[in-house]
Design a protein around this ligand. Structure first.
Ligand code: HEC
Length: 144
């Protein structure tokens, strides 16, 4: 009899412990979700990221290797000297933020006139963090 009571007690304690762990886990993921959804990019950090020659989890070529910030200078892709202004009218009905974000994570969604599909690096959507993409977009919006 005593053994049984002990077992029941142990099981109760165990399940209480598990429940507490589960609750804790949920709280952290809630917190993360909030940060990602509400964070506005940091343009200064975006500028630093843009100028890196290697970027992201898989050491991809950085933006500056293909996009000059000098007006009219074409490296591989179009100059980004005025990309913030061009993004405003690039796709009708699309906000400049959404256009820029999509151009980074889904580069073939809209191809800039005069350029070829598939040349821009294709995997930034998986290899950059949400924060890095937000920061890049915030920086690009300042280029007018
Ligand atoms: C390997 C070369 C290459 C790299 C690296 C590259 N791009 Fe591009 N990008 C291109 C080319 C080519 C185009 C034009 C064709 C197209 O629209 O996909 C382009 C288009 C764009 C556009 C749309 C431009 C417009 O005129 O509307 C944006 C925004 C952009 N890139 C941002 C970035 C950012 C930010 C990075 C770095 C995270 C980056 N690109 C890295 C080659 C590159």
């Amino acid at each position: 009899m005593r053994k049984l009571t002990l077992m029941v007690l142990l099981m109760l304690l165990l399940s209480l412990g598990l429940a507490a762990c589960g609750g804790g886990g949920e709280e952290t993921s809630d917190g993360d979700g909030e940060t990602a959804a509400t964070s506005v990019g940091d343009a200064a950090n975006g500028e630093r990221l843009f100028n890196e020659s290697i970027i992201g989890a898989a050491s991809a070529p950085g933006c500056i290797t293909c996009h000059s910030l000098e007006p009219g200078v074409v490296l591989v892709g179009p100059s980004h000297s005025d990309i913030g202004a061009r993004a405003e009218t690039a796709v009708e009905g699309m906000s400049p933020e959404d256009y820029l974000r999509q151009s980074i994570v889904e580069p073939n969604a809209h191809i800039t006139e005069g350029y070829t599909e598939g040349v821009m690096y294709q995997n930034y959507g998986e290899e950059l963090t949400n924060t890095q993409i937000n920061d890049l977009v915030a920086f690009l919006l300042t280029l007018k």
